[in-house]
Design a protein around this ligand. Structure first.
Ligand code: HEM
Length: 488
């Protein structure tokens, strides 16, 4: 009996000691993890560190200044949102690539939810990682990264040449506006992804392009309300307006692009374009994509034309101030191509023209779309809690004096080594890893075709010599630079 009691007592004691030890270890671990949290500046009630972002042209400049005081990885509390800012090539690569699967979610800003009809998972860029996103990305690759020497590549080449030609034609006598550039880019996209072409004076098409441009501008704005949700009601009217625009785009896509393709498409035949691929997948047995989500993906990708068009306007605005760069491009094209019309297959032969595009991308310094940690993880030895919003400071990688000679200057030659185009490893304008930009090849190809085609025939001037090109985002407001083009 005594023996039995002793055994039970011993068992209780052992269990108690074991549980207490586990708690102690967990507590130690918690304290250790807390010790490993990145440093943070002093914060204010409610707004946290939001005030530290004030007074900078680009919020990422504030990150640079803070990195000098707090090191390459630091914490910020922006309103109610826990954030970690990651600086430096090594740390950014750790977050994007080595531990890319720990940091593949996107923030849950209320604005994104409202912009995508109540569910941010409808968006290609703002959804969290999921099997559906993997499928959407895999399906897109064939179209956004067409392999050289394939029919799809040559068809895109022709579309880009036609787009460039329509821009060149519109230059004679008239100002070259963002509207003209946007419509030409939109036609390249709708033809490439959906096999649909629209007249440049088609009023519905023009309205669709304007609506996309408006939404692109909206999505690219930083709002204090993203971090202080109680401010959201201030944006109510604007968000409702933007929501109406998204519905108008859906109407256009259904009536002028899809028409009866969904019902009529034969899922057993080879897809002709991205619309076919989406329909085939939605009708297949292994599908986890609804037709509604597929339409959102299609609309997102057609909207890529706004990114290219806004970028091209900024590129031309830089060039209008750099007559010597325009001359060098023109000399390169004349020397290599003579009177032959430029096409995207000439890219490798024209490194300076290619380098000019990258120099503009560098100076615009558009940020990497914020990520979110989907689990507890570590960056550079610092503990990053699950749910933390991650800002990857590529502004520093694009503009640092340690990485670039005279970083504020427009110098395409920095992207040339031994007479060939060269991209330094630390330059990451399109992010990296499993959430990297799906459109960077389209940006390079379309920009090259249009810039090259234009420079072959025209020199670009501006009527506003004292402007500065806004940086830190791709988007420009609707009314912005226009150009005078002088025939060479
Ligand atoms: C100069 C123009 C552009 C720049 C600088 C740019 C840059 C970026 C960056 C930095 C990201 C986030 C990458 C990351 O989190 O690692 C991104 C994502 C994305 N971009 Fe672009 N982009 C441009 C144009 C385009 C175009 C034209 C398209 C469409 C054809 C496009 C489609 C996307 C998509 C779908 C994503 C989200 C990918 C995902 O989250 O899985 N982008 N872009």
């Amino acid at each position: 009996m005594f023996f039995i009691h002793l055994t039970q007592f011993t068992l209780y004691l052992v269990a108690f000691v074991a549980i207490a030890t586990l708690f102690a270890i967990a507590e130690c671990f918690r304290v250790r993890k807390d010790d490993l949290r990145p440093p943070e500046p002093m914060k204010l009630p409610i707004i946290g560190h939001l005030h530290l972002m004030a007074g900078y042209q680009v919020p990422y400049q504030a990150f640079d200044a803070l990195a000098k005081k707090f090191g390459s990885v630091f914490r910020l509390q922006l309103g109610c949102v826990k954030c970690v800012v990651i600086n430096g090539q090594k740390n950014i690569r750790e977050a994007l690539v080595t531990k890319g699967h720990h940091f593949d979610s996107r923030p849950n800003f209320e604005r994104y939810r409202q912009l995508f009809c109540g569910d941010k998972e409808n968006s290609l860029a703002f959804c969290n990682w999921s099997n559906t996103q993997k499928v959407r990305r895999d399906m897109l690759k064939a179209y956004t990264f067409p392999r050289a020497f394939t029919n799809r590549y040559y068809s895109l080449e022709e579309l880009i040449s036609l787009g460039a030609q329509s821009i060149v034609e519109s230059c004679s006598g008239e100002a070259l506006t963002k509207g003209v550039i946007s419509r030409s880019c939109a036609n390249i996209f709708t033809r490439h992804f959906c096999s649909r072409n629209f007249g440049l004076n088609d009023a519905d098409f023009e309205e669709m392009v304007d609506n996309y441009d408006d939404i692109f501008y909206e999505v690219n704005q930083g709002y204090a309300a993203d971090f202080l949700p109680f401010l959201m009601p201030l944006h109510d009217r604007n968000l409702k307006r933007v929501n109406r625009l998204t519905h108008k785009i859906r109407d256009f896509v259904l009536t002028r692009i899809i028409e009866s393709r969904f019902e009529e498409s034969d899922p057993t035949s080879e897809p002709d374009d991205y619309v076919d691929s989406l329909i085939k997948y939605v009708k297949s047995e292994e599908t986890d994509l609804t037709w509604d989500s597929a339409l959102f993906a299609l609309e997102d990708i057609i909207g890529g034309h706004s990114a290219v068009a806004n970028f091209l306007v900024k590129l031309l605005a830089f060039l209008a101030k750099e007559p010597q760069v325009q001359l060098t491009i023109q000399e390169e094209i004349d020397r290599v191509l003579g009177s032959k019309e430029l096409t995207i297959s000439d890219r490798t032969l024209l490194p300076y023209t290619e380098a000019t595009i990258f120099e503009a991308i560098r100076l615009i310094a558009s940020p990497i779309v914020p990520r979110v940690a989907n689990r507890d993880s570590f960056i550079n030895g610092y503990h990053v809690e699950e749910g933390t919003v991650i800002f990857l400071n590529n502004y520093d990688l694009s503009m640092s004096e340690e990485l670039w000679d005279e970083p504020e200057k427009f110098k395409p030659e920095r992207f040339i080594r031994e007479e060939r185009f060269y991209k330094p490893d630390h330059f990451l304008p399109f992010g990296g890893g499993r959430r990297s930009c799906m459109g960077y090849k389209m940006v390079q190809l379309v920009s090259f075709g249009i810039l090259g085609g234009l420079m072959q025939k025209y020199t670009v001037l501006t009527d506003r010599p004292n402007y500065t090109v806004p940086v830190g985002s791709l988007a420009l407001p609707k009314d912005t630079f226009s150009f005078r083009c002088v025939r060479r």
